[in-house]
Design a binder for this molecule. Structure first.
Ligand code: ADP
Ligand code: MG
Length: 726
């Protein structure tokens, strides 16, 4: 049976409400109303409980059972006022997305009825039967218990009828089974390493925060068209599909007017996000047709990452109400741009100083340059590992595909900072770094322009770009949990800052003044980074690959190989010395990464084989038999096939495409059997990497058939239908 593609499109249109429900209030009045934030804590907790909880959040002091009970009681009162009936520990296992297991807030009351029950114990710890989550062999089957434990630094929130408690997820033996645990350790490590350096400048600093502002890109497709694309439904991307005659070549979508239906969806999404305390700020069309972006105001990294996870869930739920499906896959469509999730990252002190922005005076500028250079040194040393931190089967389609990012991690500084660094190498170590225009002792020797953030030039091809007061890690995939990249980056910077402080201490112990000791320790780092990891040229240029190899940067493009970098001696040393992963946890995580890679490719390969056999070949054969009948009719009427060259040519193409499809599908099936027989996860992933490469060869004859088979017979929604929402 053929699908009626036109009806499918109109169905989606009919379903979507054009106007989103609008609360008749200002955003400031409903922002965060579903979050148990500080304002709610003040309202619902007694004074001693409030103080103990805030000490726990701000100072990391432990939470006793009595306080936990007090907090739970306050939360329960608040939750019941919002009609909450269930509670869940909400965590981020090593799968995509989040996990939750709901428990009703009830218990026997001892009089034959039930009461609403929620105490400190249920708030603080749970033991979900979580044996099916990926653990990389950490939890042997005889000890399959996993524990979730409350993360008080991330606020509890309400979704529908459920009180969601953000938690870490660890094994019986205390090993991390999730994204949040190592992220929190990396954030602590970077603070512990950065504070002693900050104190050389300002003894009042007690804590350093890592900040994250993510920019989430995504595609929208009509729900009913999506339902007729098994590849989109099962793998998140189209495995076949000829380019639409028009795609992004007119550049007319980027920052264009947002289509009405999409605007209604965005509005609904923003309201829901704001109610959950996510400070969504920016929304716009992206480069590809049907591609959009939204971004919040940045905040502390752990919280920002939770918010991104909540939002990704929310996006899909709300899109359905509008007749859309959200595609978070990095490359849902061939031939148009893919989606990323730029991670804007910076560090700042508890005294309010942004460490990656110039200061007000030479001392402040030296602090800035200190952190700036140390970040670059960390990125240089661990460039292969940072790439590994964003390498997945899905992001592989973006890496190196002539759209951000190239499969080489380099840093873009812009002309101003490149000049500053080069100059620093040539001047005495006590030279003051001035803000241009301000008069000082060493006026004009090294200057940073006053309006800096707005002045920094942009380089869209760089995977790690300095943008005035932060670095933008652009290689992160749109479907990723940002914690993967953020754990690695913060841990690598923590390691580097510790090494740097030791070098400074040594010089100061030998009698150097702190500013001289700092500058003398920075100079070798600057000399090392400036002509290696720092690169302001075009990252898409083929010559960059050769150049990067000469500079000692990692240029590998195979995801299974990239992942191996987690186990290199430098990586293991960095992660263990910062306390972020134990060697056992690292090994387990890498196994999970390889296994996930293989499974994803396996699923794509199966879906593609079946669609080729069950959807594509039958449609082509139907058209073929029609052509054959036409030719035989022609012959019986005219006695020959004169003037039938077009039909004959089409038949020959159909035959050769079908033959090629059969051959490739069966070769792929054999390759899968061989891969499945391998026992090491690495070997299996390498074998699946080859299968992944063969998918594009199988795609070619399918896309050729799409171009020649009668449009009415084609069994799948085409790119031109999927890609244009009006
Ligand atoms: P772009 O022009 O790159 O799209 P935007 O102005 O949209 O940049 O900002 C992107 C993100 O960067 C936003 O989430 C914003 O809050 C965040 N951001 C701004 N300053 C910082 C900072 N110092 N640290 C981390 N994130 C930041
Ligand atoms: Mg940006």
């Amino acid at each position: 049976m053929n699908i009626d593609r036109l009806t499918l499109v109109t169905e989606s249109f009919r379903k979507s409400p054009v106007e989103a429900e609008c609360p008749a209030k200002k955003v400031s009045e409903y922002f965060g109303d579903l979050v148990f934030d500080r304002a709610k804590m003040h309202k619902y907790l007694d004074a001693p409980t409030l103080k103990a909880l805030l000490d726990c959040i701000d100072e990391g002091s432990p939470l006793d059972r009595k306080t936990a009970d007090g907090v739970a009681a306050g939360m329960k009162t608040w939750a019941l006022e919002h009609g909450v009936t269930h509670t869940t520990h909400w965590f981020q296992p090593l799968t995509e997305g989040t996990a939750e297991k709901h428990d009703a807030l009830i218990d026997y009351d001892g009089k034959g009825g039930v009461i609403e029950q929620f105490d400190g114990k249920s708030l603080v710890q749970q033991e979900p039967d979580a044996s099916s989550f990926p653990s990389g062999g950490i939890r042997a089957t005889f000890e399959a218990r996993g524990y979730t434990a409350w993360d008080p630094t991330s606020p509890v929130f309400i979704q529908d009828d459920t009180l969601c408690i953000p938690t870490v997820f660890i094994s019986y033996t205390g090993e991390a089974l999730d994204y949040k645990t190592p992220l929190k350790k990396a954030l602590k490590a970077v603070s512990d390493a950065a504070v002693p350096i900050c104190r050389l400048f300002d003894p009042a600093v007690r804590k350093v925060y890592s900040y994250l502002g993510w920019e989430q890109e995504y595609f929208l497709v009509d729900e009913s068209l999506y339902a007729n694309r098994p590849d989109l439904m099962i793998t998140g991307r189209t495995l076949m599909g000829h380019n639409s005659s028009r795609n992004q070549q007119l550049d007319d979508h980027y920052f264009g007017a947002i289509p009405t239906r999409v605007a209604a969806f965005m509005r609904d999404l923003e309201i829901a996000g704001h109610r959950l305390g996510i400070p969504l700020k920016t929304r716009h069309n992206e480069v590809a047709p049907n591609q959009f972006e939204l971004a919040p105001i940045y905040c502390e990294t752990n919280l920002a990452n939770d918010q991104n996870q909540i939002l990704m869930n929310l996006m899909n739920r709300i899109a359905r109400k509008h007749g859309f499906v959200v595609l978070l896959h990095e490359k849902p469509f061939e031939g148009v741009n893919g989606s990323g999730k730029h991670n804007n990252w910076s560090l700042g002190t508890d005294t309010g100083r942004q460490l990656l922005a110039p200061g007000k005076d030479p001392k402040g500028n030296l602090l800035f340059v200190t952190f700036f250079v140390n970040v670059l040194a960390a990125v240089q040393k661990h460039n292969a590992l940072l790439k590994a931190s964003i390498a997945t089967a899905t992001n592989a389609h973006r890496l190196g595909a002539n759209e951000a990012p190239p499969a080489i991690i380099s840093a873009f500084l812009g002309k101003t900072m490149t000049d500053v660094l080069r100059k620093l190498l040539t001047v005495p170590s006590d030279t003051a770094i001035e803000i241009a225009g301000k008069k000082g002792k060493n006026v004009g020797i090294i200057e940073i322009p006053e309006i800096f953030v707005d002045n920094t030039d942009r380089n869209r091809t760089s995977p790690f770009a300095f943008t005035g007061n932060r670095f933008e890690f652009r290689a992160v995939g749109s479907s990723a949990n940002c914690a993967g990249a953020m754990t690695t980056l913060n841990a690598a910077v923590a390691e580097q800052l510790t090494l740097f402080k030791a070098a400074v201490d040594e010089k100061m112990a030998a009698g150097a003044k702190s500013n001289i000791a700092i500058m003398d320790s920075l100079k070798p780092l600057i000399a090392s980074v400036i002509d290696t990891v720092c690169f302001d040229g075009n990252g898409y240029d083929d010559q960059w690959k050769e150049e990067a190899l000469r500079r000692g940067l990692d240029i590998r493009t195979s995801v299974p190989e990239m992942i191996s970098e987690f186990l290199s001696p430098d990586s293991v040393k960095m992660f263990t010395s910062t306390g972020v992963y134990t060697p056992n946890e690292l090994k387990a995580r890498v196994d999970v990464k390889w296994e996930t890679y293989s499974k994803k490719v396996q699923i794509e390969s199966r879906v593609m084989g079946r669609m080729a056999t069950n959807h594509i070949c039958p449609a082509a054969l139907e058209y073929k038999s029609r052509l054959l009948k036409e030719l035989s009719d022609n012959k019986s009427v005219f006695g020959n096939l004169d003037g039938c060259e077009a039909e004959l040519e089409t038949l020959r193409t159909i035959n050769s495409c079908i033959e090629e499809i059969h051959r490739r599908v069966s070769a792929m099936t054999d390759a899968r059997s061989r891969a499945n027989a391998l026992t090491s996860e690495y070997d299996k992933a390498v074998a699946y990497h080859e299968i992944a490469e063969s998918l594009s060869a199988l795609r070619k004859p399918i896309d050729t058939l799409e171009e020649i088979v009668d449009n009415r017979l084609w069994p799948l929604p085409k790119y031109r239908e999927l890609l244009f929402i009006s």
